[in-house]
Design a protein around this ligand. Structure first.
Ligand SMILES: O=C(O)c1ccc[n+]([C@@H]2O[C@H](COP(=O)([O-])O)[C@@H](O)[C@H]2O)c1
Ligand SMILES: Cc1cc2nc[nH]c2cc1C
Length: 335
């Protein structure tokens, strides 16, 4: 638990690194397996990634978990979303009843789902007028993520639900990386026309007001939301618990970007599940130097793009340990 953003700054300066022994064991095994070098593409690299960040060899993917954090945003009242803010709470109820896309994907791929809504009755402040959160609010939301129980989890897929949070994500990206509000602002869950113009204006105003005010954590406080802060906390909790993270779409990546702005290595234990259809996500992924596992036109959020990549992580573990070596199978290796 942290008391202040400075506590988190200290934590970000002392994050544990990868287990290079386990990573090297995986890297040494991979070329012995009965396939031409590199022929399983990213699936091969994932085995070493998981070994390094789980701190174990063989890597495991028996118990993947996903967690969706929900929050409400003051800027929703400005008409920046196609949907009204009550949809955040309604979708949380849908997750609990098992009726959402994320419930089906978790069932399909054997992922345990958790959901935490954070103070939905108290939206953040409209960030084009004042900071979205005060320090106590952002610290409380960060602590929800930092306090996640990750015992036994083999990976953590992080997701969010929050009407208007693509406006927050765009403002964060503009504040961190520059460019224009148009570069980062897209349809989200479906705005176009004059509502999209309003959204662009709100993003521009928010970044103009807050971009120079401080570091990535200050940007998170001023432009983010409670679910974004909880996701940032969850990323750090996973690092400390040796649980690799699967990132989801535009909003999750904007929260992650706030951490990377403070500590360049903060996302080294994260893999990007997918690149979303939201145009700002592709731009943000490039700025973060991430390489998505999937690029299949999803743009839902709620951890769906992360969970859809879990079968690739499972495939990596299965192939890495289940395949025979050239020597075991009596297959002639190349010279
Ligand atoms: O993950 C993405 O890239 C993504 C792209 C567009 C929309 N969303 C989801 O849609 C909601 C935000 O859309 P909006 O238009 O209300 O800002 C929020 O609940 C997100 O989970 C998510
Ligand atoms: C219906 C709906 C479902 C969602 N799931 C994640 N974000 C969402 C946004 C909307 C609007």
């Amino acid at each position: 638990m942290i008391q202040t953003l400075d506590d988190l700054r200290v934590l970000l300066g002392t994050l544990p690194g990868p287990d290079t022994v386990c990573r090297d064991i995986a890297l040494a095994r991979e070329p012995q397996l009965t396939k031409p070098r590199g022929a399983l593409g990213r699936i091969e690299q994932l085995a070493a990634f998981l070994s390094a960040w789980q701190g174990r060899h063989p890597p495991a993917m028996q118990a993947p978990v996903a967690h969706v954090f929900a929050g409400n945003h003051g800027v929703a009242a400005l008409g920046v979303s196609a949907f009204p803010p009550e949809v955040t709470l309604q979708m949380v109820a849908n997750y609990r009843k098992g009726g959402a896309a994320i419930n089906q994907l978790c069932r399909a791929f054997g992922v345990r789902l958790g959901v935490t809504e954070i103070d939905l009755d108290h939206p953040t402040k409209p960030f084009n007028q004042e900071p979205a959160m005060d320090e106590a609010e952002v610290v409380a939301a960060l602590n929800i993520g930092l306090g996640m129980d990750l015992a036994g989890a083999d990976c953590l897929c992080l997701g969010e639900m929050g009407i208007a949070n693509t406006t927050a994500a765009a403002a964060i990206a503009l504040a961190l990386y520059g460019g224009t509000a148009e570069d980062w602002t897209g349809p989200g869950s479906g705005v176009s026309g004059s509502a999209l113009d309003t959204k662009i204006k709100v993003v521009a105003e928010g970044a103009a007001r807050h971009a120079k005010a401080g570091d990535g954590l200050e940007i998170l406080r001023r432009l983010g939301g409670r679910e974004l802060a909880a996701i940032a906390g969850g990323i750090i909790a996973a690092r400390l618990a040796r649980v690799p993270v699967v990132l989801d779409g535009f909003i999750v990546c904007s929260a992650a970007a706030c951490l990377k702005a403070v500590a360049a290595d903060a996302l080294d234990h994260c893999v990007l599940g997918h690149v979303s259809r939201e145009p700002g996500h592709r731009r943000l992924v490039k700025a973060l130097g991430l390489d998505p596992l999937l690029d299949i036109g999803m743009a839902l959020g709620e951890a769906t793009g992360a969970v859809t990549a879990v079968p690739l992580l499972k495939a990596a573990c299965q192939c890495h340990m289940g395949m025979s070596t050239f020597a075991e199978a009596g297959v002639t290796d190349h010279d």
